[in-house]
Design a protein around this ligand. Structure first.
Ligand SMILES: *[C@@H]1O[C@H](CO)[C@@H](O)[C@H](O)[C@H]1NC(C)=O
Ligand SMILES: *[C@@H]1O[C@H](CO)[C@@H](O)[C@H](O)[C@H]1NC(C)=O
Ligand SMILES: *[C@@H]1O[C@H](CO)[C@@H](O)[C@H](O)[C@H]1NC(C)=O
Ligand SMILES: *[C@@H]1O[C@H](CO)[C@@H](O)[C@H](O)[C@H]1NC(C)=O
Ligand SMILES: *[C@@H]1O[C@H](CO)[C@@H](O)[C@H](O)[C@H]1NC(C)=O
Ligand SMILES: *[C@@H]1O[C@H](CO)[C@@H](O)[C@H](O)[C@H]1NC(C)=O
Length: 531
């Protein structure tokens, strides 16, 4: 089915039927950046460049991603929910022989057919056990970056279990040199170079998947940034959070440079720049990182809002209306049809999409397009969550209670301990208009999440491993109050939706690990194809 469709497309393109005004698409992904890690959410981080682009664009305020990396990236690439590609369970480990199945046509392949130059920089993490899974064999003209989930920011060595190896490639070739280049700066300069040398007779698709702000190797040196960035946060007393600030700040500088070069080349006026995180921030010790999703509940790898409500914005002179906050629901699968249609395609030609073309909604502050978002169904770990209209159903618990709480930025926590507040009271600022800020440099007021009052039983009124929980997200975005027992009808309705989705789900594609085969020692010291 995909094949026939692609052939038709190619014919259209050969005959020059597609429009000449195709915009450049710059798709930027931050890794593991939490809700409270961007200035436009009132963070203790400084992100003036990100904030400016966001405030001058459209900020996505009810925007959902998957709670972990490979699923989100697979959804960007295919426009299909991870339950429909077998990517719904965990991430691809460095020694595990599977990937995003090759029979799915992915974003760069579609854009290539529409005449785009396609380049990927940074993280892949969609499979690497066979060469066919690498980016340049799946529609990208070029790729420079790494294939697995994380690594050292400077020497580009990644820990796997039990082996370590370098993970750094130019197209498909291992790169042994360039030790010592901080990846955030390196990826920015490679992206700048792609833009500067781009022949503007063709539109550009640049997929810039930063390593920032994922932890490096958790068993070695998880938080890494050049000192000059760390020095920008003298007022953060918590050392991990201060270094994390440096990591965020390097990313923010990178985005600023990207903007300058798009303006310098005259490309900006015909560019759509998307910024998204791949999932909520790891906190509470996860990966030994120091991200923050405050005041949202939970973190990366949970079904709570802190795991799935993403940072995102779109910036483009092609938007008819800008400088506003989009409150309608949007999901990570919406990018493919939206971008495909911007690129001159007809989104309704895309086979089996789970996403929607939301460009008119974004461009005009238009009416809602989607009414629901499936957060996930994991048939192995046995959890699921769905949002339908204003309600969210959470069933099962990925972390068995470990990551179900609320995790304030460390300095705020310390400050309130001094004032003899206990943890519970941290969420109990009247109406939680959360305005803790380190800087007065913000160009506009940060967006606040109004949690409402925290009930005393917030920690215990929802135990999703034993019974499904229901939350009314608009009035309770911080998931303080489980209202399942008051609304059995809504619980039943949302549960039925999950059952309906289960009928269309494909089994998870995970395979048993093959550490012997993948062992970098047998492959020149590199993680990479071994089958
Ligand atoms: C790809 O293969 C899988 C597994 O055989 C199947 O479930 C899926 O529908 C296929 N996708 C396409 C686009 O053909
Ligand atoms: C990647 O390899 C290509 C082809 O060999 C080369 O032209 C290019 O400069 C390399 N890129 C980097 C960043 O080293
Ligand atoms: C850009 O591409 C066009 C069309 O292929 C070609 O005619 C032109 O010479 C190229 N420009 C540069 C600067 O390479
Ligand atoms: C963008 O700017 C360039 C140079 O300033 C100009 O040639 C081009 O027509 C502009 N494109 C759009 C879509 O406004
Ligand atoms: C897109 O395709 C649909 C279904 O084939 C068709 O109804 C619609 O008119 C097309 N839209 C455009 C803009 O061509
Ligand atoms: C740190 O705090 C001091 C004292 O409140 C303030 O003057 C200074 O601007 C702050 N520095 C930064 C980088 O926020």
């Amino acid at each position: 089915m995909d094949q026939l469709f692609l052939t038709l497309l190619m014919l259209l393109n050969v005959h020059g039927i597609l429009s000449a005004n195709q915009p450049n698409i710059i798709f930027v992904i931050a890794d593991d950046m939490g809700w409270h890690d961007v200035g436009f959410h009132g963070s203790d981080m400084l992100t003036p460049n990100i904030d400016k682009l966001a405030y001058d664009g459209v900020i996505l305020n009810n925007y959902y991603v998957s709670p972990i990396c490979s699923p989100t990236r697979s959804a960007i690439m295919t426009g299909r929910h991870p339950i429909h590609t077998g990517m719904q369970h965990k991430v691809i480990r460095s020694d595990t022989p599977y990937g995003l199945p090759l029979n799915f046509t992915i974003m760069p392949q579609y854009l290539k057919l529409l005449g785009y130059d396609t380049h990927a920089v940074g993280k892949w993490h969609l499979g690497h056990f066979q060469k066919e899974y690498l980016p340049t064999l799946r529609g990208f003209d070029s790729f420079f970056g790494y294939l697995t989930g994380h690594e050292d920011y400077f020497d580009h060595v990644a820990e796997g279990r039990p082996y370590w190896g370098k993970d750094f490639r130019n197209n498909t070739d291992p790169v042994a040199t360039m030790d010592g280049d901080y990846s955030t700066e390196l990826y920015t300069s490679l992206a700048e170079n792609i833009i500067l040398t781009h022949n503007q007779s063709k539109p550009l698709f640049l997929y810039l998947a930063y390593q920032a702000v994922h932890a490096g190797n958790a068993q070695a040196d998880p938080l890494q940034a050049p000192q000059k960035y760390i020095d920008r946060f003298p007022n953060i007393t918590d050392i991990p959070r201060r270094i994390f600030g440096g990591m965020v700040s390097a990313l923010d500088d990178g985005i600023g440079n990207l903007r300058s070069v798009l303006e310098k080349t005259g490309m900006m006026n015909n560019t759509v720049l998307v910024f998204t995180t791949d999932n909520g921030g790891p906190t509470n010790g996860y990966d030994r990182n120091a991200a923050c999703n405050w005041p949202l509940r939970g973190c990366k790898n949970t079904m709570w809002e802190g795991g799935v409500r993403g940072n995102g914005f779109v910036h483009s002179p092609l938007l008819r209306k800008t400088g506003y906050i989009m409150e309608n629901l949007m999901h990570i699968t919406d990018w493919l049809p939206t971008i495909y249609s911007l690129a001159g395609g007809n989104a309704s030609d895309l086979p089996n999409q789970d996403g929607y073309d939301v460009w008119n909604m974004l461009s005009n502050d238009g009416q809602p397009i989607r009414t629901s978002v499936l957060h996930n169904i994991d048939p192995i770990q046995n959890f699921a969550a769905i949002r339908v209209g204003e309600y969210k159903l959470v069933m099962g618990d990925i972390s068995n209670g470990r990551d179900d709480s609320w995790y304030p930025p460390p300095d705020l926590k310390k400050k309130h301990h001094k004032l003899t507040f206990n943890d519970k009271h941290l969420n109990n600022f009247e109406g939680d208009k959360f305005t803790y800020r380190m800087s007065s440099e913000k160009t506009a007021k940060p967006i606040t999440v109004n949690c409402g009052k925290r009930p005393v039983d917030a920690d215990t009124n929802c135990l999703p491993n034993s019974k499904p929980c229901l939350f009314h997200i608009p009035s309770d975005p911080c998931e303080f109050t489980n209202i399942a027992s008051q609304h059995p009808d809504i619980v039943a309705e949302l549960n039925q939706k999950i059952e309906d989705y289960k009928k269309t789900m494909v089994p998870p594609g995970n395979k048993p690990a093959d550490p012997k085969g993948a062992n970098p020692y047998n492959h020149g010291g590199f993680w990479g194809p071994w089958m």
